[in-house]
Design a protein around this ligand. Sequence first.
Ligand SMILES: NC(=O)c1ccc[n+]([C@@H]2O[C@H](COP(=O)([O-])OP(=O)(O)OC[C@H]3O[C@@H](n4cnc5c(N)ncnc54)[C@H](OP(=O)(O)O)[C@@H]3O)[C@@H](O)[C@H]2O)c1
Length: 211
Amino acid sequence: MKLAFIGIGKVGFAIASHLQKKGHQIIVAGNNPDSESVKKALAECSDFSLLPVQKAVDAADMVFLATPFNANEAALQGIAFQGKTLVDCTNPVGPGISHGLRSECSGSELVQELAPDAKVVKAFSIYGFENFADSAFPGYDVKPAMLIAGNDAAAKQQVAAINTDMGFETVDTGALSQALHLEHMTLLWVKMVRAGGHHPHFTWAYLEKAL
Ligand SMILES: NC(=O)c1ccc[n+]([C@@H]2O[C@H](COP(=O)([O-])OP(=O)(O)OC[C@H]3O[C@@H](n4cnc5c(N)ncnc54)[C@H](OP(=O)(O)O)[C@@H]3O)[C@@H](O)[C@H]2O)c1
């Protein structure tokens, strides 16, 4: 698939470089060719291409948003998605690793408001970027779980296929409003790892007893 990335920093690059190795075509969506992260990504992966954001979105089958949460409005302003899937990897984080929107609504629902003609799916948000670059856990019989949320079933299927390519088991948590709870899982992971000393290559798995 052709995958466009708005934001190609730690998260965007980890996902994009992993998916390129799985045969996907990566388009960096950027209006600023002098951006340090864009220059670094293109230097490290010569097969990535760079297009202005709207052209990248037009050319892509699916788009990833991996910008700082407070940059989302500027990043999405005036961009037409024409029904394409927009994977929201962003997290609203407030002071003291709190929910940046005071848990009143999810960041993904705000992203959906900013991109009303996109099918927003929350994914790639609940772990640190290290696990997106390398999601292999040798020695385990279960795959790491990728919890997603969204309102459109076809868009979630598209994201599930990407998750499979990257070695994750998709767990569909339901509608986009569930993203609020995924964002709290993010805060839990961040507090455990970045502040609590747990190893950054740590994920959750989904175990269900078949009865
Ligand atoms: N770090 C993690 O482990 C992690 C894990 C899961 C989710 N997240 C979430 O993922 C998002 C990205 O995090 P990150 O760690 O990858 O951040 P990062 O390394 O700082 O990368 C941010 C990217 O967004 C670009 N950007 C900034 N403002 C922009 C704008 N107005 N328009 C377009 N692009 C813009 C930056 O470009 P420039 O280089 O030009 O500034 C850079 O490519 C955040 O919302 C974060 O909460 C982070």
